[in-house]
Design a protein around this ligand. Structure first.
Ligand code: AMP
Ligand code: GLY
Length: 426
């Protein structure tokens, strides 16, 4: 079957690497793809949320399955576009409907969904931009730390964890008075602060059944020791030692089962990934956020652990015929270390040549913000590439990543050197 992957990050390179290996895949296209995906298939330079362009690519290349990587096209309704377009309605597309995508596209919607379906999450209140005074009055009655969240998509930057009251007030003002996130900040959620350790949990579902994928831990902050501003993610590891059978059984029974059951009750079409960002609070799981796609850089650590052809599962899910089962998972640790452009997540320079890629051994490279120009590989984004290694221990996997990261250079390259250390001693 001919397959199209939408997106251009490390997640999409990991997906193309995995899908290209499958006997079921004939031609693989990635739109727009990057310096890595072109080795697995054909890059097509269109935007992943330009639905008309996607339609012509699907028809021209007789695509039978579309795998959607990032959230933007999903939240903008790519699934509904396919289903309501005569020539596309029979093409398989792995993405939830726009209604299901509100789990990620609106924090308030996600909170209401969790409340309705009795899924554990932090206590909250939500406000619209004409309720500035009410939001400030509500804040006055709360303890700090407290969390302020822009309702809509804000590229991972819409959340403020305020340790001082003034920071919380500033966050509310930024959204409602200074319009910091435009429409995404026209509503906000004020949420109880949960103290614990975070975990990313992934399931593939057809809206009825689901398959649990390996879990991962993401390192969001730019600085070592989890300091500085949040990024898209500086690296990830899988498995996560505290996500043992007892903990994961709680996650399934209290979060995943009622989430899938809830989607079913709401009669929404949900064929795709459910990514639950959760907090382990004294061994009890609470949902921090839903995402309707795979995580990045979690994907670069979890897909290499899957020890079978995963493409049949993607096809079954998109068809609505997923057979709930346990995936075969390698009994190994996987780590992904992101190499980023100096200055990221604020301003950074691009077009720096990347050297040393040919010296990498015992690791896979998943490209993100990297492009090819002639025979050179150049940076073109904040997160440039992920170095992934598998090994029998977490220490060894990380050592491999770091010894290969040391062979790669580009001007002002930066990466965190403390990934996984918190888990090694957990
Ligand atoms: P989100 O975009 O909702 O994942 O939030 C970004 C980050 O803010 C999360 O990864 C957490 O580190 C933090 N965060 C969000 N909500 C809470 C909460 N209720 N309590 C503590 N930290 C939170
Ligand atoms: N790594 C977190 C995310 O993809 O949202």
């Amino acid at each position: 079957m001919n397959i199209l992957i939408l997106g251009s990050g490390g997640r999409e390179h990991a997906l193309s690497w995995m899908i290209a290996k499958s006997d079921l895949c004939d031609q693989l296209f990635i739109a727009p793809g990057n310096a890595g995906t072109f080795k697995d298939g054909i890059n097509i330079n269109i935007k992943p949320d330009d639905f008309e362009e996607i339609k012509s690519v699907v028809l021209r290349h007789r695509i039978e399955l579309v795998v959607v990587g990032p959230e933007d096209p999903i939240v903008k309704g790519i699934y509904d576009y396919f289903k309501s377009t005569q020539e596309l309605k029979d093409v398989l597309i792995l993405a939830p409907s726009a209604w299901g995508a509100k789990l990620e596209g609106s924090k308030e919607f996600a909170k209401q969904f969790m409340e309705k379906h009795h899924i554990p999450t932090a206590a909250y209140a939500s406000f619209t931009s004409n309720q500035h005074a009410e939001a400030r009055a509500y804040l006055k009655k709360q303890l700090v730390p407290i969390v302020i969240k822009a309702d809509g998509l804000a590229a991972g930057k819409g959340v403020t964890v305020a340790f001082k009251r003034e920071e919380a007030e500033q966050a509310v003002d930024d959204l409602f008075l200074h319009n910091k996130f435009g429409h995404a900040g026209s509503k906000l959620v004020i949420e109880e602060y949960l103290e614990g350790i975070e975990l990313s949990v992934f399931a593939l579902t057809d809206g009825e059944q689901y398959i649990l994928l390996p879990e991962a831990k993401d390192y969001k902050q730019i600085g070592e020791g989890n300091t500085g501003p949040n990024t898209g993610g500086m690296g990830s590891v899988s498995p996560v030692p505290f996500a043992d059978e007892i903990f994961m059984n709680k996650v399934k029974a209290r979060i995943l089962d009622p989430t899938i059951e809830g989607l079913k009750k709401e009669k929404t079409d949900y064929k795709g990934f459910v990514f639950i960002g959760l907090m382990n609070v004294k061994e009890e799981p609470y949902v921090i956020e839903y995402n309707v796609r795979l995580g990045d850089p979690e994907t670069e650590a979890i897909l290499p652990r899957i020890d079978e052809d995963f493409l049949p599962c993607l096809i079954e899910a998109a068809k609505g015929e997923l057979k709930g089962r346990q995936l075969k998972i390698k009994n190994q640790y996987s780590a992904a270390v992101m190499l980023v452009s100096g200055g990221y997540p604020a301003d950074y320079e691009k077009n720096k040549e990347i050297f040393g890629l040919d010296k990498v051994e015992n690791s896979s490279i998943f490209f993100a913000g990297a492009k090819l120009e002639g025979n050179k590989t150049l940076t073109c984004g904040g997160r440039v590439l992920a170095v992934n290694s598998l090994a029998d221990t977490l220490e060894l996997a990380l050592d491999n990543c770091y010894s290969n990261a040391a062979k790669i250079t580009f001007d002002k390259m930066y990466f965190r050197k403390d990934l996984g250390k918190d888990l090694i001693d957990y």
